[in-house]
Write a protein that binds this ligand. Structure first.
Ligand SMILES: Cc1ncc(COP(=O)(O)O)c(C=O)c1O
Length: 398
């Protein structure tokens, strides 16, 4: 199949699949030939309430009719209300809004350094991150990303970044010295293959950061906003970080990023320290507020736990049936990775699933990734499992 003409003029930063999506409806998207696909990736962990949700559409339309843009030189109601909602729900102290995940992490890196500087700790500049991490594509967030393939050809990256082994408490103990401004970690590493942090590792990170004057940043850009079965991933792990970064699902598809700062971090930024033209614009903030409202109405956390159990059980069965193709599934809530065994390739399974009407993703280390809308039904899960089985059978025959 040839590439869609719509993409001819786009720089080839993505290897796009050969379909053109024209609409979305609930947990499905529809291509230009009218074919429907069950979307078990939800963008990439973005459309938590599914596509074209009426409450999101109404909030966007209403806000677009009222006020699309106002600079951050003035107050406006949607950003103020969203900040208050997120602060109240997280128990943290303040919010900064931007437009994407990578920008939220840039803000966190800058805040951690500025806080240390403001306290007179001039040598406290290092941002410590984990092996396997992914924090975004802008230069600072990229410097905090472990995977070298994302960094190749972009040197020189900003200095002052170091790495410690994911889930290794004694390595972390050795790495957090008084030169460390912050330790940044994903409670569940999505891009590197869906690897879950140990509760003890995150608890140790919290203790060590506090004892040694560093900030603890949880990058919840992929695993937050209800995906793990609670609004914030930190609630699932029982560990309170100093900073949480959010994006992806926050406004159910409209571009927004957020940094939430707790007691130890909240004084890091003063007027003029950081800024953005579009960050916290009225329309994405209105969409995020509608998202929070619908979450509450649906009791989404209970639904996520039920569908997670069902999907884990089904994928467990699939991996047992096709033990030559898969290892056991891993993850939390509705962020699940299914490791693929060589010589089979996750890419080929993803493509075979798409050809059968199921959209899934891949992740590092040869795994397929499931991050469906959080509103999926029992029937959707059964459909996805049947389509996965058909996809695997077709691969085995080749
Ligand atoms: C954990 C994590 N951090 C940061 C990012 C970057 O977010 P964005 O693509 O919105 O810049 C991503 C995106 O996949 C992510 O998964």
């Amino acid at each position: 199949m040839t590439a869609s003409p719509e993409s001819d003029a786009l720089l080839p930063t993505y290897q796009r699949a050969p379909i053109t999506i024209v609409a979305g409806e609930g947990c499905e998207v529809i291509d230009d030939r009218g074919r429907r696909y069950l979307d078990f990736l939800a963008g990439i962990a973005v459309c938590a309430l599914g596509h074209a949700h009426p409450a999101i559409a109404a909030a966007v339309a209403e806000q677009a009719r009222t006020l699309v843009h106002v600079s951050n030189l003035y107050h406006h109601e949607p950003a103020g209300t969203l900040a208050r909602e997120l602060v109240a729900r997280s128990g943290l102290r303040g919010a900064f809004f931007c437009n994407s995940g990578t920008e939220a992490n840039e803000a966190a890196i800058k805040l951690a350094r500025k806080r240390a500087h403001r306290r007179g700790e001039i040598g406290r500049t290092t941002i410590l991150a984990c092996t396997g991490s992914f924090h975004g594509r802008t230069l600072g967030a990229l410097a905090a990303t472990a995977n070298l393939t994302y960094k190749e050809g972009f040197a020189p990256l900003p200095g002052g970044f170091a790495f410690t082994a994911f889930n290794d408490v004694s390595a972390l103990d050795a790495a957090i010295g008084d030169h460390v401004a912050a330790f940044i970690v994903e409670p569940v590493q999505g891009e590197s293959g869906v690897h879950v942090a140990d509760r003890a590792f995150l608890a140790a990170a919290c203790r060590l950061c506090e004892e040694r004057g560093a900030l603890l940043i949880f990058d919840e850009i992929q695993c937050g906003m209800g995906r793990l079965g609670k609004l914030f991933a930190f609630e699932v792990f029982g560990v309170k970080p100093d900073i949480v970064t959010l994006a992806k699902a926050l406004a159910n598809g409209l571009p927004i990023g957020a940094l939430l700062a707790g007691e130890r971090a909240v004084g890091g930024f003063m007027p003029g320290d950081h800024g953005t033209t579009f960050g916290g614009s009225p329309v994405p903030c209105a969409a995020a507020l509608a998202h929070l409202r619908v979450r509450d109405e649906l009791d989404l956390d209970s639904r996520v736990r039920l569908r997670s159990e069902q999907l884990f059980a089904g994928l467990g069965q699939l991996s047992a049936t096709f033990a030559d193709v898969f290892d056991a599934p891993r993850g939390v809530g509705l962020l699940i990775g299914l490791p693929v065994r060589a010589p089979y390739a996750a890419d080929a399974i993803r493509d075979a699933a798409r050809e059968r009407g199921l959209l899934i993703g891949t992740a590092g280390g040869n795994a397929v990734r499931f991050a469906p809308p959080l509103v999926i039904s029992e029937k959707n899960v059964l459909q996805a499992l049947a389509l996965m089985e058909a996809a695997v059978l077709s691969i085995q025959k080749r």
